[in-house]
Write a protein that binds this ligand. Structure first.
Ligand code: ADP
Ligand code: MG
Length: 208
């Protein structure tokens, strides 16, 4: 099994990965990280608990370190999942000078606005609150070069498809997009075709 050194990542990112206690990449990380680093869009099916979060965060943090502005948008279906992913993003991005801000509904928007205005590089959010912040002119995605739809099957089940399409409409066309899910029903393939270009498809597990 290869270590994380094999990916030619920035030193400070390797240190952060060590800091999280990961010694070797999981299967989905071994497969997805080189493809993402090479610049491709990606659709990945891999089971829950297989390490999908770091599979997309590592390439994003490696390629956006020290760049100003919001460089990545990661959408999750629930507050709990968004908070969980934001914690991993903070842990992996801290030494690279990456600021992560998490946005979700059901709580006051003002504190989230304050954090965004202080300077964010990665936004992790649920679709409704993300759209609200776009509509208020707080979230500006003109510099986004990475878009991630995580837990895409849950997103569809929860009826977020129209919100997601509206959000994709305000993203730059020149970007990389990643879709991660434990299951990939045909609607997800349809959705992916609508916003990805020459995507690589990795099916690592049977549909759950
Ligand atoms: P998924 O999104 O596929 O459900 P997560 O990204 O949430 O999976 O990761 C599941 C668990 O595995 C988390 O507790 C995470 O810290 C751990 N993990 C992820 N990558 C590694 C790794 N390379 N080595 C050890 N543990 C890892
Ligand atoms: Mg996950």
């Amino acid at each position: 099994m290869k270590g994380f050194e094999e990916f030619n990542l920035r030193n400070e990112l390797i240190e952060s990965i060590r800091g999280t206690g990961y010694s070797e990449p999981t299967e989905v990380q071994s497969m997805a990280i080189p493809i993402a680093l090479a610049g491709s869009d990606l659709v990945v099916r891999s089971k829950t608990g297989s390490g999908k979060t770091a599979a997309y965060l590592i390439p994003i943090i490696n390629n956006t370190a020290k760049e100003k502005g919001i460089r990545a948008l990661i959408l999750l279906p629930t507050r709990e999942l968004a908070v969980q992913v934001a914690k991993v993003s903070e842990a992996l991005g801290k030494r690279s000078g990456i600021r992560t801000v998490v946005v979700y509904g059901g709580v006051s928007i003002n504190k989230q606005i304050e954090l965004i205005l202080r300077g964010a590089n990665i936004i992790v959010g649920t679709p409704g609150r993300t759209l609200d912040l776009i509509d208020r002119g707080i979230l500006n995605f003109d510099k986004v070069s990475y878009f991630v739809l995580d837990e895409a099957d849950e997103m569809l089940d929860m009826g977020f498809i129209e919100d997601i399409k509206k959000i994709i409409n305000v993203l730059p066309v020149e970007r990389q997009s990643f879709l991660f899910s434990a299951t990939i029903p045909s609607e997800i393939i349809e959705l992916a075709k609508g916003f990805m270009h020459n995507e690589e498809i990795l099916f690592l597990s049977k549909d759950e």
